[in-house]
Design a protein around this ligand. Sequence first.
Ligand SMILES: [Ca+2]
Ligand SMILES: [Ca+2]
Length: 397
Amino acid sequence: MFSKSGWIYLTVVLVTVNGLTIHSDLDDNYDKSVESYNGTAVQERTGKILFPFVSIVRFANTECASTNTMNGTCLARRECNDLQGTITGICASRRGRCCVISRSCGSTTNVNNTYFSSPGYPAAFGGGATCSIIVNRCNNNVCQLRIDFLDLVLAQPNGDGNCVTDSITITGGNTVVPVICGDNTGQTIYVDFNGNTAITISIAATLATAFGRRWNIKLVQLGCDCPGIAPNGCLQYYRGTTGTIRSFNYGGAANVALSASLVTGTRQIVNMNYGICIRMEAGFCAIDYTQSAGLFTFTVSGDVEGADNTVLGTAVGAANDGACTTDFVVIPNPTNSATGVAVGTDRFCGLGFVPVRSAAKPFVLYVVTNGNEGATPTSPPDVANRGFSLTYAQVAC
Ligand SMILES: [Ca+2]
Ligand SMILES: [Ca+2]
């Protein structure tokens, strides 16, 4: 038989089980009962009364909109305080607090929607020791970590596409994640958890002055049955009937570093070998790829500086099939979008991209780069490659 004190003990305990907060109002009621957020007075209300002066509240730890650009997780106030989070609003019919969890170097988290940011963010980070965060699953029903590079500005690779100054390395998951660097704001990657093994994100940032490196990375834990989960192994995953796919560190400006061949270096990053998946939307049966507007939007192999605008971004600059042995994009079984004629190869490289359509399912595009941009016995070095920006549009059945 429970004693009265035993009941109080049980109801005061605050726990999270399977993404639910079970929370007593008792502790909150010792505090002021009226709180103010954004200048708006909020009257605390009591829930289901189980015992005089004590009530139990249960609510899901869902994502909640915050007053700033970062979303939070709906938690009890004490949970948020224990996690050293920042309360930015209310949620769960005013029972919960929208709690933004932000972490930096040397941290560990098992909280959904944790933000991993550079020291002093958004101010520039001068660099130093490797900065890491260890991400544990928040519960056993989580299968995947979605890593949103809300803001990720690191040093450019050297002229041969190696991330020697700065790099971001992601280990521990069941997905092979290439090492990247440079400008990757807006990119999102998906990493499968390998059972209970934590996923570690490490950013090496070599001490350097006058460089505005910074990052703010959102870490979203996706449940195994979450509709937003990417198919296993897809490093990137796009939804929607149209979109733009960019290679890592794609950008309009050339890298100022010289390559080993002493030519203008590349933004393209070496040793890529990954798949980009696009969800086939209902009622759509094929997918068109075109290069985005601009001269440099498909500069994957070859000499950018030696080509003018009669070559760059045109069919003249485009290469495929056997001409693509080092860096290329693979699109399965394509036809020429304009003529409907089979292209006869799935490899594309060069300095331009002729629009193609693929009806092969699932919709996947593969990205391959070799280990350098240097000359081979049969080809001159690549010069000032930017990578690619491809626009896709799904085709109705
Ligand atoms: Ca290249
Ligand atoms: Ca290469």
